[in-house]
Design a protein around this ligand. Sequence first.
Ligand code: ZN
Length: 221
Amino acid sequence: MDIEKHIKDTIDYVEPKCDIYEFAIYMYLIRNTRVENKSEDTFGFKSLRKTIVIGVGEAGKPMSEQTCYGRLKKLELKGLIKIKSSNYNCQVIEVKFPSENFIKLNHEEEIKVDVEDLDFFNNQDLRTKILERDNWKCFYCFKALNSENYVLEHVVSRPTGNNSYRNLVASCRTCNNKKDKLNANDFLRKLYRDNLISDEELKVVAENLENLVNGLLKPKL
Ligand SMILES: [Zn+2]
């Protein structure tokens, strides 16, 4: 996580577009999701609202329910959060860093998304972009994938490997299990030795792998 970039983006792009309540709520949400390596969580704003920010226009009182829910809606309209479900007591909220904001922050200006900074593993929309890039086929054995049977596979295993598009491929569960901590090139040779891919396919995957690492297989955002 490039925290320095996210802080700069937040201060440069988010703060000027938000009022003090929106900004306080957004910072609270970021703190409790993305900074904890989660993309979403469940929040009970019915009581949380009292602890996040002291009112400015409300004479030092805690934020009212109406203010709080109104500001959540505004943050959603700005593309910074997605309220995935909501009931009387709590909301499930997905939170985006400013650079992942796909909606225009105001109606003229759009934050430039730097694909190199994006975490393609922890964000559902971005996970799908990897699958689309790999044509919904296993990167290693070409087996067809769907939303039920795919895995996003780290070419270089964690914790060394990161969640960049350069290190993630769509994979079937079998390949994912078999590869485990193997180096990707060793794994390809193993697939070939086990007659799971032809020598022609081996060449194709090896070339794709090289292109992937060199950043030539950027997903379309
Ligand atoms: Zn496979």
